[in-house]
Design a protein around this ligand. Structure first.
Ligand code: FMN
Length: 384
């Protein structure tokens, strides 16, 4: 299928699946254990109904959204996805470029395969940085300094990776850095020549932001191993968040909150935003879907802190539902990554365009011409 024939995110997912060897596609798609969390995230949207209101003038519709002292073109952004260059060489910066040109935020992963300084060139005023705390304190502090010097406006601390998780697809496939090449993986890779050509040309990508801290002249394998040894540190606590609040003068966001008491505590620390998230079902398979806990968290923190949500978003309508539930903004992980894997920067633009168009149509369908007008009154829980 050609990129311009894709009419929804699922089409981009299918294209990504066709282009990528199984071991690589499974890394994007996979969750943990029985992958109930991924299914729960998507199903949480299926249990909601949007009840339309009619006889409203929807001839002018506006999906722009104020967040952290600026106006974005739409109420969603590109979330952090590590190792993106494995899916397509240069993918981190393609995500950054497409997000910036659509006036949406791009969150660079703490395990990105491009550097903070490169992202600052491509998306100088749209880049956020997602921090994984390193075991070595000096590295964490230096990363924060680099993010500040690069001019990023938002620092995001991911807290839902206290330990690594049991990703069974990766275990079964022998996914490692570099991938363990069994006969089966190699044979499968050979049926995806487009991907193989890119991999042969560019080689194994490396966790670029960690390279300066590894020993001089380290190989890619050594840099990747070094980053994996350093992060995520399992000893991160509220004290660290308090310290980052003192150190970081711009917008500070904590990503991966699911418990209302944690949300209250984060608000007390003075964060600007909370991303209600279960890491796209990649950490704790038994965790609730973000949409399930969002209303309780909204009630608990009120307007003290900006709520963002992610997980399972595949349609513009999902974004609308999350906003009706009290989120101000939504992040997407896989949706734009499918676009990058399927078609590079144009693929990301396509994914963004699809979501934007769906949002626009749903705003019209439900009789709410502005994002600010979305609230609980449009929602109904499915009766079955
Ligand atoms: C391949 C992949 C890599 C990811 N890497 C990171 C990461 O480095 N840091 C992080 O905070 N979240 C990471 N996430 C989680 C996303 O930021 C986001 O929370 C999640 O993908 C949202 O769910 P969705 O994919 O259903 O939209 C990753 C997700 C995927 C699919």
């Amino acid at each position: 299928m050609k990129l311009n024939r894709a009419i929804n995110i699922e089409d981009l997912q299918k294209m990504a699946k066709r282009r990528l060897p199984r071991i690589v596609y499974d890394f994007i798609e996979g969750g943990v254990e029985d992958e109930l969390g991924i299914a729960r995230n998507e199903a949480s949207f299926d249990r909601e109904r949007l009840v339309p209101r009619y006889l409203v003038d929807v001839s002018q519709r506006d999906q722009s959204c104020d967040l952290f002292d600026r106006k974005y073109a739409s109420p969603f952004g590109v979330s952090a996805t590590g190792l993106a260059a494995l899916f397509r060489p240069g993918a981190d910066l393609m995500l950054a470029e497409a997000a910036a040109s659509a006036n949406l935020p791009f969150m660079m992963s703490g395990m990105s395969t491009a550097s903070i300084e490169e992202a600052a060139k491509v998306a100088p005023s749209h880049s956020w940085y997602q921090l994984y705390v390193a075991r070595d304190r000096e590295i964490t502090l230096d990363l924060i300094r680099r993010v500040r010097d690069a001019g990023f406006g938002t620092l995001v601390l991911t807290v839902d990776v206290p330990v690594s998780s049991k990703r069974e697809r990766n275990l079964r496939n022998g996914f490692a850095l570099p991938p363990r090449l069994t006969t089966a993986t190699m044979l499968n890779a050979l049926t995806h020549p487009g991907w193989v050509a890119g991999y042969l040309r560019h080689g194994m990508p490396r966790f670029e932001n960690w390279a300066p801290y590894a020993r001089a002249n380290s190989s890619t394998a050594r840099i990747n191993a070094f980053a994996a040894e350093q992060a995520p540190a399992s000893s991160v606590t509220w004290k660290d968040l308090e310290e980052f609040r003192r150190l970081w003068p711009r917008h500070l966001v904590v990503k991966g909150i699911l418990h209302r008491d944690d949300a209250i505590r984060a608000a007390e620390v003075g964060v600007d935003g909370i991303i209600v998230s279960n890491h796209g079902g990649r950490q704790l398979d038994q965790a609730p879907a973000p949409l399930e806990v969002l209303p309780g968290i909204r009630e608990a923190v009120g307007d003290r802190v900006t709520l963002i949500v992610d997980g399972g978003v595949r349609r513009g309508a999902d974004i609308i539902m999350a906003l009706c539930h009290g989120a101000r903004f939504v992040m997407v992980g896989r949706a734009t990554l499918y676009g990058a894997a399927a078609g590079g920067v144009e693929g990301v633009r396509k994914a963004i365009g699809i979501l934007r168009e769906e949002i626009d149509l749903v705003l019209g369908q439900i009789g709410c011409p502005n994002i600010a007008g979305l609230d609980q009154s449009f929602l109904m829980k499915a009766p079955y």
